[in-house]
Design a protein around this ligand. Structure first.
Ligand SMILES: Cc1cc2nc3c(=O)[nH]c(=O)nc-3n(C[C@H](O)[C@H](O)[C@H](O)COP(=O)(O)O)c2cc1C
Length: 313
């Protein structure tokens, strides 16, 4: 067991929200493929069809999506949750426009959740996600309100589409969040060069996959400097070295989404590669958390190297 954000994870590699998290059977499948915990697709108070298509485009390094938070509402999602085998921690991702919507969802799903992940970061739905999650005052207040109605751990998922993600992270921490999750997708668009139309039905969407890893790392690095609560890193993880980078930046656990597209066994594979790396180094994963902050900057490192070279000469 591996503790993070008041949950005992089976291991620190978690399924990210929105990828194979809409049904009990797909959640079971990922749990059986070695995930340390699974996060559901974000669930709202009322049914939503989502945006008109196309909603998903494959990019060179991942996806651009504007699915638009389609979901059956908490009332019908319960059927899927009843199909979930309870041998893997379940984190229920929730979204809502206000306190009353979120209260309904939390009260009704409380018994199923090992934790809630509050999605304040979806980049392509008006009135939800980052539309409200970029305001630190709102983030602090809504986090505090949700904490009052649940005993379960509450993680807050942050948007990278702001000037300073640490302001939002601090707001979540001040509101009582048990952890923050960084990052959701990065806003972007594509255009069809033949017709001149945007490729996505919603015009713009959120970019995921390898291209956003440096953005995710920077977010985790900055949050680690300012926050006391754990940080869960997400964005562009495809192999064990990506996980190590996130840990070194300050993450205590990670989530994996787009990487599943190329490798459904990604959780087992990364776990085994990580074990090999840690055994070789003779260290525990926890020792990597925030390591880069304990090192000097690159200039110091280069100065040290040239000093050593001079001494050798
Ligand atoms: C098709 C798709 C749907 C997503 N749906 C959600 C969602 O419902 N809620 C959420 O918080 N994040 C959602 N995300 C964002 C992912 O959870 C994750 O933050 C993002 O994709 C970056 O991780 P990755 O590069 O490993 O995919 C979605 C991502 C994709 C590609």
């Amino acid at each position: 067991m591996y503790e993070c954000g008041r949950i005992d994870l089976r291991n620190p590699l978690i399924l990210a929200s929105g990828i194979l998290g809409s049904t009990g059977s797909s959640l079971n499948r990922i749990a059986n493929l070695g995930a340390g915990a699974v996060v559901t697709k974000s669930i709202g108070a009322t049914q939503r069809e989502g945006h008109p298509g196309p909603v998903l485009i494959k990019t060179d390094t991942g996806f651009l999506n504007a699915v638009g938070l389609p979901n059956p509402s908490y009332k019908y999602f319960v059927e899927e949750l009843n199909d979930f085998n309870r041998d893997c921690p379940l984190i229920i991702s929730i979204f809502g426009a206000n306190r009353s919507e979120l209260t309904k969802i939390v009260e009704n799903l409380e018994e199923y959740a090992d934790a809630f992940e509050l999605n304040l970061s979806c980049p392509h739905v008006k009135g939800y996600g980052m539309d409200i999650g970029k305001d630190p005052v709102f983030v602090e207040n809504i986090t505090r309100e949700i904490k009052k109605i649940t005993k379960k751990p509450l993680w807050v998922k942050l948007t990278p589409n702001v000037d300073d993600i640490t302001k939002i992270g601090i707001a979540a921490e001040n509101g009582g969040a048990d952890a923050v999750v960084a990052i959701n997708t990065v806003r972007g668009m594509r255009i069809d060069t033949e017709s001149g139309y945007p490729l996505l039905g919603n015009v713009y969407g959120g970019l995921s996959g390898g291209a956003i890893k440096p953005i995710g790392l920077m977010a985790v690095y900055s949050l680690y400097k300012r926050l006391k609560i754990p940080i869960i890193g997400v964005g562009g993880i495809e192999g064990y070295k990506d996980v190590i980078e996130y840990f070194m930046a300050g993450a205590r656990a990670v989530e994996i989404g787009s990487g599943i597209y190329n490798n459904t066994n990604i959780f087992n594979d990364i776990k085994s590669d990580l074990d090999t790396y840690l055994n070789k180094k003779g260290i525990k994963l926890e020792e990597l958390v925030g390591l880069v902050h304990k090192r000097g900057d690159t200039k110091e490192c280069n100065d040290q190297k040239s000093k050593e070279r001079e001494q050798k000469c």
